[in-house]
Design a protein around this ligand. Structure first.
Ligand SMILES: Cc1cc2nc3c(=O)[nH]c(=O)nc-3n(C[C@H](O)[C@H](O)[C@H](O)COP(=O)(O)O)c2cc1C
Length: 387
C-alpha cells in the first residue's frame, strides 16, 4: 500500500493515551464512552491490569556496543514493522463512525496487524478489501453449526490470513453502566440517549452521513424481528456461547491457516491450545470486561511463555497504555502486544488521523524505550526483564 499523506501524522497536543481519552470523551455520547471504558462489576480488573504493568521493571547494559533499534517482527511468515497490533473491538461504529475502516487502513499502511471483531460495525468483506487482505479475523464461535461454517467460509474466501478465536466469553460480562444505558445497536432512542447524542453534534453529523451503526458481519444471520432487540440478548444467545475443546477442534478442521486462541491465562489452557495445533495464544483477560477478579496477563505470561514458547507463540493484551507497557509485555515473552481501547480513543478524538497518530505514538514510545535499554531487536526484549 502506498503511504498516504497521513502516514506520519502525529499531533503534539496528544502525546499520551490519556490525552486522547479526554478529547474522545468530549466528542462521543456518554453511552458510547461507557461501553468503551467499562470493565465489569466494580472495574477492579481494569485498574489492576494497569497497576500490574506499571510494576514491571526493565534494565539494559548501557556500555554495550549498540547500533540502533529494529522493530520488525516476523509472525506467521509476514514481517510486520512493529511488535504491536489493533485488538478486536466490537460495535466501534457506536464510538466514532468508520472506526474499524480507519484503523484497518492505517494498520495496513503502517504494516501492523489489525483484528476485525465478529461483532464489528464494518463488513468483513469491506475490511478485507481496505486492508489489502492483511487484516486478521476474530471469531466468537456461533452457537449454530451452520452459521459457524458459513462465517468461516466467508472469512476464508475474503482472504483473511489469520483466525483469532476468542474463548473467554462464556457469558456476557456484567457491566452496570451498559445495563443502565440499555446498550443497543443502533442506540436506543430513550430521552437520555437522545439528549446525549444531541450534546455531541460532531458525532451526530458524522453518524448521519455514515448511516446508523449496525452489526454488519452478523446482519445476515439476525432475524428481521431481532434487529432492534436488546443487543446483549442476541449476542449472548447467538454468538457468545462457551467454546469448548470440541468446538475448537471443529474450527481447527475448518480453518487451514494460522489459528490464534484469545483469552487464555492458565497452563492447562495453553496445553490444550498446543494439543489442538493452535499457532499462538493471546494471554488476555479481555481488558477486564469479563471477570473482575481475573488475573492480570503480564504475570502468567512470563511463566507460561518460558515453559511453552518452543511449542506455541505468545501474544498479550489488557491494560497496555504506552510504549513501556508494550516493552514489558515483550520482555515477559509476548511476540506481539495488542491494544483495544487506546486505538478507539485515538479515532474518537481525532477521526481518521487519530488512527495514524495512535500507531505513531506507540511506535515512537517503544522505540525510545528500546533505545534506552540498548535493545536492538524485539526478540531480545526478554533479556531486559528484571526478574
Ligand atoms: C469496548 C470493547 C469491545 C470489545 N470487543 C471485543 C470483541 O468483539 N472481540 C474480542 O475478542 N475482544 C473484544 N474486546 C477485548 C479486546 O480485544 C482486548 O482484549 C482488550 O480491549 C484489551 O484491553 P485494553 O482495552 O486495555 O487494551 C473488546 C474490548 C472493548 C474495550
Amino acid at each position: 500500500m502506498k503511504s498516504s499523506l497521513m502516514s506520519d501524522y502525529f499531533d503534539t497536543r496528544y502525546p499520551c493515551i490519556t490525552d486522547l481519552e479526554k478529547k474522545a470523551k468530549g466528542r462521543m455520547p456518554a453511552f458510547a464512552y461507557d461501553y468503551l471504558t467499562e470493565g465489569c462489576m466494580s472495574d477492579e480488573c481494569v485498574k489492576r491490569n494497569k497497576k500490574s504493568l506499571a510494576q514491571v521493571q526493565l534494565r539494559g547494559n548501557v556500555l554495550e556496543p549498540f547500533e540502533g533499534v529494529n522493530m520488525e517482527t516476523d509472525i506467521f511468515g509476514h514481517k510486520y514493522s512493529a511488535p504491536f497490533g489493533v485488538a478486536p473491538v466490537g460495535l466501534q461504529g457506536l464510538m466514532w463512525p468508520k472506526t474499524p475502516e480507519y484503523l484497518a487502513k492505517a494498520a495496513c499502511e503502517k504494516n501492523i496487524p489489525f483484528v476485525l471483531s465478529t461483532v464489528s460495525s464494518a463488513s468483513l468483506e469491506n475490511i478485507a478489501y481496505i486492508s489489502e487482505g492483511k487484516a486478521w479475523f476474530q471469531l466468537y464461535n456461533p452457537s449454530s453449526r451452520e452459521v459457524q461454517a458459513d462465517l468461516i467460509a466467508r472469512v476464508q474466501s475474503a482472504g483473511y490470513p489469520v483466525l483469532v478465536v476468542t474463548v473467554d466469553v462464556s457469558t456476557f460480562g456484567y457491566r452496570p453502566r451498559d445495563i443502565r444505558n440499555g446498550l443497543a445497536m443502533p442506540p436506543k432512542m430513550s430521552v437520555r440517549n437522545v439528549f446525549q447524542m444531541l450534546s455531541r453534534p460532531h458525532w451526530l453529523i458524522k453518524t448521519a452521513f455514515a448511516g446508523k451503526p449496525e452489526m454488519k458481519v452478523l446482519k445476515r444471520y439476525m432475524m428481521h424481528s431481532e434487529k432492534n432487540e436488546q443487543l446483549m440478548e442476541f449476542m449472548n444467545r447467538a454468538v457468545m456461547g462457551p467454546v469448548d475443546y470440541e468446538n475448537l477442534k471443529s474450527i481447527r478442521d475448518l480453518w487451514k491457516g494460522p489459528l490464534v486462541i484469545k483469552g487464555i491465562l492458565t497452563e492447562e489452557d495453553v496445553k490444550l491450545a498446543v494439543s489442538l495445533g493452535a499457532d499462538a495464544v493471546v494471554v488476555s483477560n479481555h481488558g477486564g470486561r469479563q471477570l473482575d477478579a481475573a488475573e492480570s496477563p503480564i504475570e502468567p505470561l512470563q511463566r507460561l511463555s518460558q515453559k511453552y514458547r518452543k511449542s506455541i507463540m505468545f501474544f498479550m493484551d489488557s491494560g497496555i497504555q504506552n510504549g513501556v507497557n508494550i516493552a514489558s509485555a515483550l520482555a515477559a515473552g509476548a511476540r506481539l502486544a495488542f491494544m483495544g481501547r487506546a486505538f478507539a480513543f485515538g479515532v474518537s478524538a481525532l477521526g481518521e488521523r487519530g488512527a495514524y497518530h495512535t500507531i505513531n505514538l506507540f511506535y515512537q514510545q517503544l522505540e525510545q524505550v528500546m533505545n534506552q535499554l540498548r535493545c536492538d531487536s524485539t526478540e531480545k526484549m526478554t533479556n531486559h526483564l528484571v526478574k
